[in-house]
Write a protein that binds this ligand. Structure first.
Ligand code: G4P
Length: 528
């Protein structure tokens, strides 16, 4: 096999999805610890502030340095190269999460064993289902009292509509937690908590039926366990690799991220079963990862990671071929060739500069305003990857400057922040207003804070008479012109210059849609 194919097949690119507080941050730390990317857990701590409150976000701002690497964490494990893409915990940043999920090949779902399936997990699961993303499940916090394991699996099956195949099974819970049993490999891993961040060894005992197992757990526990496992094997689906890859079945692992327990079994299973880079849909055709010509798409942009340099980083997922330092690539939307000389790579454990990236890897491109979310780069072919959405915002505010002389800086700041995709800028055709749209209210606080600190403009966001927005288009140019003239007062341009209908009420939107059946009103706008 060529070196390229070997490198490609080693890649495993995934994201963790969970409801806030289920333990995503803690688990991330442990995975990095196993991957040797960090010496002791604790490094990722700062990130979790992002979900709590603006003040925490602002505190996080000071640590921007870490957010470059924590957006993408690459580490070697066994013979694999794992790319873990971070998704923000706070629901006000959910668009960013949705787009990040377009850049992964699989996902890991974390569920709190006391809480079961929660609201945000349901939403994220729906997003994964759109492209049949394979999902592994980690049921966390076994060191606390939780719900019956079978009941939890039942809930996952019913609420998330995916079959469960338990791979490990808890032996007790909370204070009675004794370990986990590996159903596929027939061994018991005894529980030995390690809160200080070291990799937890805990004894491994081969064979549920062995004398050693009986001796280690005692007669009562082993009898109950043997009975329970028989029941589980009868009641639950056996693990089926093909079903997992097709997104029909989720293998389930149990553990306690905080005590570093059960994590290794999950990570081993992940490295063994999770898919290597998968093909990607593009407008002209699907692109297979083993194609030798380089291609990739941008799924995330982050502005001002280093406030000194005002840089904006575009995160590109490599879909095929090899990216090599200094190579030229075609920026498909602009139709021109660009040199990608100083891309960032994210090998957390290695110090030396990584000069190549393979399918599944993420590279960070310096963006000087020419790159948008959804942009495709190729080695020459004019194809565009599809499926990276912009969502119509649900909240709208008008930006009002305290110092009117700063308008230019405000427009520039708003445009650059909007490149990140979390907020969207609308300029009504009939006024000079600047309307910011967002999916979560926290975005306005963050925008105001960043405009001040990064662009030195002091502004307020005040209420505006807009409740919803739709991108509009029409195949009939003449009719579209009529629509434009009639609805002039409700039309705006977004920051890409595309026409948007901004409605004062939902009823108004509905009536307009009925009145103009030829016009397409779209709640998402695909990038690219
Ligand atoms: P998130 O990123 O999904 O939001 O969750 P995070 O890891 O921040 O964990 C949320 C809380 O749950 C944290 O407690 C964390 O310590 C705790 N936790 C995570 N995994 C486990 C586990 O396996 N067992 C138990 N018992 N707790 C766990 P916190 O009090 O909010 O924060 P902290 O003060 O402990 O940092």
């Amino acid at each position: 096999m060529s070196e390229f194919l070997q490198e490609m097949n080693r890649r495993r690119t995934f994201a963790i999805i969970s409801h806030p507080d289920a333990g995503k941050t803690t688990l991330t730390e442990k995975l990095l610890l196993f991957g040797g990317a960090i010496q002791l857990a604790g490094t990722v701590k700062g990130r979790k502030a992002a979900r709590h409150a603006t003040s925490d976000w602002m505190e996080l701002e000071k640590q921007r340095g870490i957010s470059v690497t924590s957006s993408v964490m690459q580490f070697p494990y066994g013979n694999r190269i794992v790319n873990l893409l971070d998704t923000p915990g706070h629901e006000d940043f959910s668009e960013d999460t949705y787009r990040t999920l377009t850049a992964v090949d699989s996902a890991l779902m974390v569920i709190d064993c006391a809480k079961g399936v929660e609201e945000r997990t349901i939403k994220l699961m729906d997003v994964c289902r759109l492209r049949d993303t394979p999902i592994m499940t980690f049921i966390n916090k076994l060191d606390r009292e939780g719900r019956e394991p079978l009941e939890l699996l039942d809930e996952v099956e019913k609420v998330l509509r995916i079959r469960c195949a338990p791979v490990t099974w808890p032996i007790g819970m909370g204070r009675e937690l004794k370990g986990v049993y590996h159903l596929l490999e027939d061994f018991i891993h005894l529980y030995a908590p390690s809160k200080d961040g070291r990799i937890n060894e805990g004894a491994i005992i081969a064979g549920l039926g062995s004398d050693e197992a009986a001796a280690a757990l005692g007669p009562d526990v082993i009898d109950a366990l043997r009975e329970e496992i028989e029941l589980v094997q009868g009641a639950a689906d056996p693990f089926d690799h093909a079903d997992y890859l097709a997104g029909r079945q989720t293998p389930v692992y149990f553990g306690s991220a905080i005590s570093n327990f059960g994590v290794q079994e999950m990570l081993d299973g992940f490295c063994r079963y999770a898919p290597p880079p998968r093909p990607r849909a593009a407008d002209a055709r699907a692109v297979a990862p083993h194609e030798e010509a380089f291609s990739g798409f941008v799924f995330k942009i982050q502005a001002n990671m280093d406030p000194q340099h005002r840089d904006r980083i575009a995160f590109l997922r490599v879909c095929s071929g090899v990216w090599r330092a200094g190579m030229k690539a075609r920026h498909v939307r602009l139709g021109r060739e660009v040199k990608i000389s100083d891309a960032l790579t994210f090998m957390a454990a290695e110090r030396e500069h990584v000069a190549e990236a393979y399918p599944g890897d993420i590279i960070g491109l310096h963006n000087h305003g020419t790159i948008r979310i959804g942009d495709t780069f190729t080695e020459g072919e004019a194809l565009a990857f599809t499926g990276v959405p912009d969502f119509a915002p649900e909240l709208f505010r008008r930006a009002r400057l305290r110092d009117p002389l700063k308008t230019k800086a405000l427009v520039k700041g708003l445009e650059q922040l909007c490149e990140e995709g979390a907020t969207q800028l609308f300029k009504p055709l009939n006024s000079n207003d600047l309307i910011l749209g967002a999916v979560g209210v926290l975005q306005f606080d963050v925008a105001a804070y960043r405009l001040k600190s990064e662009y030195n403009t002091d502004c307020l966001f005040e209420n505006v008479n807009v409740t919803t927005a739709r991108w509009v288009s029409c195949a009939d140019a003449k009719r579209f012109e009529e629509f434009r003239n009639k609805c002039f007062d409700n039309l705006a341009l977004d920051h890409h210059g595309e026409l948007v209908y901004i409605a004062p009420t939902r009823v108004n939107l509905q009536l307009t849609q009925e009145r103009w059946p030829e016009v397409r009103f779209s709640a998402t706008r695909e990038h690219g």
